[in-house]
Design a protein around this ligand. Structure first.
Ligand code: MN
Length: 235
């Protein structure tokens, strides 16, 4: 077959290593859940009333993906670059308008994730009613560990911890999620035809904070694994 001629080299297939597998997981879309731990919602000044609200989402381009262990440049146009430690769900089967009881069949596995954020720009956008993209869709801001295959398994508990230079910053448990994994996958599938390779960052607990050049971030989620990131100098 003759390869399609392009003016320049097209973007790569973004992918992640999978524990115990030679094959890598090809990444499709990156979905992020907004406020999904009560204590974090409170620290952001926007408490959540689950009885009267639905979860909300934002997305980032797959090109923002970075593997655990990387060093990323401190990003431009911010002076308040924040860490957000999160459980990432890797979708492994298609689903649209999935019932909560059917959501486990969509789960391929899990990873640790960092939703790195230009907090100053996100808050300006939020308060002016503008899109969050400049605060959230930051180059090299979607950091993910290796994917751990756990087909059909729903994680509903497990400690989640983040340290910066060895100092504790975030500590919570998956049992503290406002919307649990079944609820999130079912709800998101009402808006999108979920596809294999979609990743869902399930929200961060309290303790988000700023990092500076030279900082070393380390996180772990019990039963899933570990993640590290080093913040380099600004370009
Ligand atoms: Mn987040």
């Amino acid at each position: 077959m003759t390869p399609t001629p392009y003016l320049w080299t097209p973007p790569p297939v973004y992918s992640l290593p999978v524990r115990g597998m030679a094959e890598r997981l090809p990444v499709n879309r990156l979905f992020f859940v907004g406020r999904n731990y009560h204590a974090h919602a409170v620290e952001m000044g926007r408490p959540v009333d689950k009885a009267n609200e639905r979860p909300f989402y934002f997305t980032k381009a797959a090109s923002t993906l970075v593997e655990s262990g990387a060093t990323v440049a401190y990003p431009p146009e911010t002076s308040n670059f924040h860490h957000e430690m999160e459980l990432v769900v890797a979708i492994g089967a298609p689903g649209f308008r999935v019932s909560e009881s059917d959501t486990p069949a969509l789960i391929y596995g899990y990873a640790c994730g960092l939703d790195m954020t230009r907090r100053d720009l996100q808050l300006v956008a939020r308060d002016k009613g503008r899109p969050w993209d400049l605060g959230k869709d930051v180059e090299q801001s979607s950091v993910v560990s290796e994917i751990v295959p756990m087909r059909g398994r729903v994680l509903d508990q497990g400690e989640l911890v983040l340290t910066v230079n060895g100092q504790p910053r975030q500590k919570s448990d998956l049992s503290m999620l406002i919307w649990n994994l079944r609820e999130l996958i079912a709800d998101l599938s009402k808006f999108y035809h979920l596809q294999p390779g979609d990743l869902i960052f399930t929200g961060t607990p309290e303790g988000v904070g700023a990092v500076v050049a030279g900082d070393r971030i380390a996180g772990h989620i019990y039963g899933v694994g570990e993640i590290t990131l080093t913040v380099g100098a600004a370009e």
